[in-house]
Structures are given as structure tokens and as C-alpha cells.
Ligand binder design. Structure first.
Ligand code: AMP
Ligand code: GLY
Length: 441
């Protein structure tokens, strides 16, 4: 089958690898030249991924049968809609269905309307004084969120990013007045405390098939300090759940995703593609932090390499509403993924620096390499302002996977790169277990 993948990050490299391993003929449409995707693809086109007409032109020219969209921005721009209108199967949601991610207000309203468990106290405002009243009512224990897309970098949380009601109001005002995230509006949520986890699920509009749980690390610096980023690395466990949670917690989260899909269907926004739930496990059960309309980045790199079923078959089943007929399985292995990012990432990134990657040595050590936002010029690889590449280690236990990952990272050299080495290490995981035990009494 002729398959088009849209997007040029590490998540898309992982998607492309899955397509390639499922015997697909791969075509790629991306804004940067990802060297990993370039190697796998029969052909590629470098252009702005939100230009739906250009994507359509390229897809028609190459007789594409199935398209998969990696990032959220092309979904918001209606790339799915345009391709579908022209008879191409798309294993990613339409613009309307993707609003579950592209408007945080829509997501919270949907959960409220259909009385789906797991939401938090929240309200959206266009007026700063009204926002202030709500922040005061919650004693300043809030998360402040732009309504629309900010690449995971627009959310600020009490205690982590601001210390007082005044600072909270100041940021809410900034979001409203500057229109951060594309709306002159801000969402204020009650701050919840616990351990975060991700569940991604295949979805055909009615049925979901949840994948192994993953824990991402959004904060830039070791020990979860510093600003939020797109995600610095992640791990998963062979059991399908994480060391600090139970199978009941997993089921609770998966049920929330199923209910959201059913609600979207009732709203005539049939959801087809991968859906992503970011959850917080609290003393009071599972709470929804955000819903995304795609694979997670890095989380795709934890689950896709473990997939034993033909990925293209799953994509077609999602489009055709036949997920129920599929037998989907994953290898029972643990994974650790760590990102290499440019120094200053998320604050003041140093871009355009060369990094040397010894692909052969990484392969020899048993790790997987996924390129992200780098550019290839004359056979050399240069950083951009975004994440550069990721390494994934796979083994029976998290410890072993982490060691493989670290061994491989030695073969990525550059003067201006940064890595969160604590991800997947026993110390950090035990801290999470103790945190959850304390919260649950
Ligand atoms: P989001 O982009 O919505 O996933 O938010 C980024 C990060 O902010 C999340 O991964 C959480 O760590 C944190 N966060 C978001 N919403 C809340 C909330 N209601 N309570 C506590 N932390 C939150
Ligand atoms: N890992 C966070 C995201 O993909 O949004």
C-alpha cells in the first residue's frame, strides 16, 4: 500500500518505521529534512505541513491510498478533511474531531456535558477580573492554560511556575491580551496533585484499543525542575502499566477515553485515529490533564517498536470501523526513551550546531535511533531550536532498557546538546512510587 506520513519529528520517524516494517511504500511530507525518514521513504517533499492543498497535490501525484498525520497542527488545518474529500483514507481525525486537542475548552465542556468522570474544576474566561475571582476562589491552586495549541509550552502551574495569586492573574492576563494559543481567552483549572501517565489508544470511531501506559517527562531539567517542554523522555513497563499504578487505574483511564469517543460520536465528530490521554493519578482517582488527537511525542517511540501486529492493517481497520475484528498485540518488554535537545531548549535554544551520530554503534548496542527536528546538509546533521533526536532502549526490565539507552547516547556527540539522564533511572521511579504511596495513604 502507498502510505503518506505527514510530519518530520521523532514520533513521525517511529510511525514511518512502523509503516516500512508493515511492508508499506512510504512517502513523507515534512517541514524539515528528517534523515531517518529520508532513508526509509520512496519519496519525500519538504514544505509547511499545514498547507492542506499542497499535501493533497503531493498525495494525488503519488497515488497515495492511506495517510497518517503525526502532529496536531495539520489536523487543525483540515488536512484530514481535504484528503478524505478526495477519496484518500486517513488514519487521523478530522479538524472537527481533533478539537478534542485543539481547544482545551471544548474538551472540558464535552466531559461536563456527557458527565464523564475524571474532569477537574475549571472555567474559561475572556475577562481578566472574572478570571481573578475564579483564581481567588481556588486559593491560587490552579493551572493556567491557553485554550489552543502551544506545543506543550503554554501551561503554567501553581507552585511550579508561579507562587502567588497575583502572579497567576498576571499570566492569565498575558494569555488573554496576547492571545497566546490563538484565542483571547484563558482556561483556569484546579491544580491536581499526583503522578502523570499517558495512555494512547487506536480508535475507529466507536471502539478503542488501548496501548501500554507510558510516563513522559515534560519538565526540562532533572528531578522535574524547570519549564514545561514538548517532553524530554519517557518509559514503559513490560506489564503494560507503570510501577506506581494498578490495573484498575489503567482501566479507569481507558474507560474515560472510550466515553470521550462515544461523546464525540454523539456530537457528530466521529473520531478515527490514535487518541492520547494525559492523566494524573491522584488520591481521588484518575483525572484528565489533556487529550491529544494523535500519538504522543515521545510516547509513540515507547509503544510502536513493541507492536507485533501489522501497523498498516490497524490503520485501515481504524478508517473502516473494524477495530473489533483485529487481534492487536505488543511485545511484553520495557522501554526507556531519552531525547537529545539543543542546549537552552525551551528557553533560548542554540540552533544550527553540528551533532555527530554513530548510527552503526547505536545499532550494535541494541538501541533504536529516531531523528527529530534536525536538518541534514551535505551529509552532516545540524540542530534546530526543537528536539534533535531520541534513543530508545528495549529490554525485559526498565533498568536494563535504561542502560542500553545510556550506552547508545555515548554515540551522539555535540558541544551544545542537553539530555535528561535521570529518566528511567531507578531513583526517579522509586520517588514516583513513594509519592503515590504517600498520596494514597
Ligand atoms: P498540558 O499541556 O495541558 O498537558 O499541561 C502541561 C503540564 O502541566 C502537564 O503535563 C501537567 O504536568 C501540568 N498540568 C496541566 N494541568 C494541570 C492541572 N490541572 N493540575 C496540575 N498540573 C497540571
Ligand atoms: N508527550 C506529550 C505530547 O505528545 O503532547
Amino acid at each position: 500500500m502507498r502510505v503518506l506520513v505527514i510530519g518530520g519529528g521523532a514520533r513521525e520517524h517511529a510511525i514511518c518505521k512502523a509503516v516500512h516494517e508493515s511492508n508499506g511504500q512510504l512517502y513523507a511530507f515534512m517541514k524539515n529534512l528528517n534523515p531517518g525518514i529520508k532513508k526509509l521513504a520512496k519519496d519525500f517533499y519538504i514544505h509547511n505541513e499545514t498547507d492542506a492543498q499542497k499535501v493533497l497535490e503531493y498525495a494525488l501525484k503519488n497515488k497515495i491510498e492511506l495517510a497518517i498525520i503525526g502532529p496536531e497542527a495539520p489536523e487543525e488545518a483540515g488536512v484530514t478533511n481535504v484528503l478524505e474529500e478526495n477519496g484518500i483514507m486517513v488514519a487521523s481525525p478530522t479538524k472537527e474531531a481533533a478539537e478534542i486537542e485543539t481547544s482545551k475548552e471544548f474538551m472540558r465542556n464535552l466531559m461536563e456535558k456527557y458527565r464523564i468522570k475524571g474532569s477537574v474544576k475549571c472555567k474559561a474566561f475572556s475577562d481578566v477580573e472574572m478570571a481573578r475571582e475564579f483564581i481567588e476562589m481556588l486559593d491560587g491552586e490552579v493551572a493556567i492554560k491557553p485554550i489552543g495549541l502551544t506545543g506543550g509550552k503554554g501551561v503554567k502551574v501553581a507552585g511550579d511556575h508561579f507562587k502567588s495569586i497575583e502572579e497567576a492573574v498576571k499570566y492569565a492576563k498575558e494569555v488573554i491580551e496576547k492571545g497566546i494559543g490563538g484565542y483571547n481567552r484563558v482556561l483556569i483549572e484546579e491544580k491536581v496533585v499526583g503522578e502523570e501517565f499517558t495512555i494512547q489508544a487506536f480508535c475507529d470511531g466507536e471502539t478503542i484499543f488501548p496501548m501500554p501506559a507510558v510516563q513522559d517527562h515534560k519538565r526540562l531539567l532533572p528531578d522535574d525542575k524547570g519549564p514545561n517542554t514538548g517532553g524530554m523522555g519517557s518509559y514503559s513497563h513490560k506489564s503494560g502499566i507503570l510501577p506506581f499504578m494498578t490495573f484498575d487505574d489503567y482501566e479507569e483511564a481507558a474507560t474515560i477515553l472510550q466515553k470521550i469517543i462515544e461523546a464525540l460520536k454523539k456530537e457528530k465528530r466521529m473520531y478515527k485515529g490514535v487518541i492520547y490521554g494525559q492523566f494524573m493519578l491522584t488520591a481521588d482517582g484518575v483525572k484528565v490533564i489533556e487529550i491529544n488527537a494523535r500519538f504522543g511525542d515521545p510516547e509513540a517511540m515507547n509503544v510502536l517498536p513493541l507492536l507485533k501486529t501489522n501497523f498498516i492493517d490497524i490503520c485501515v481497520a481504524m478508517v473502516e470501523g473494524k477495530l473489533n475484528n483485529m487481534k492487536i498485540s505488543f511485545d511484553n518488554k520495557s522501554t526507556v526513551c531519552k531525547y537529545v535537545v539543543p542546549e537552552g531548549y525551551g528557553i533560548n535554544p542554540i540552533a544550527g550546531k553540528e551533532i555527530k551520530v554513530n548510527e552503526e554503534a547505536i545499532k550494535r548496542e541494541g538501541g533504536l535511533l529516531f531523528y527529530a527536528s534536525v536538518n541534514e546538509k551535505n551529509g552532516n546533521i545540524y540542530t534546530t531550536t526543537s528536539r534533535s533526536l531520541a534513543i530508545v532502549g528495549i529490554a525485559d526490565e526498565i533498568d536494563e532498557a535504561e542502560k542500553i539507552c545510556e550506552k547508545c547516547l555515548k554515540y551522539v556527540e555535540g558541544k551544545h546538546i542537553f539530555i535528561r539522564h535521570d529518566i528511567g533511572k531507578r531513583e526517579l521511579i522509586e520517588k514516583r512510587i513513594r509519592h503515590m504511596e504517600k498520596l494514597r495513604g
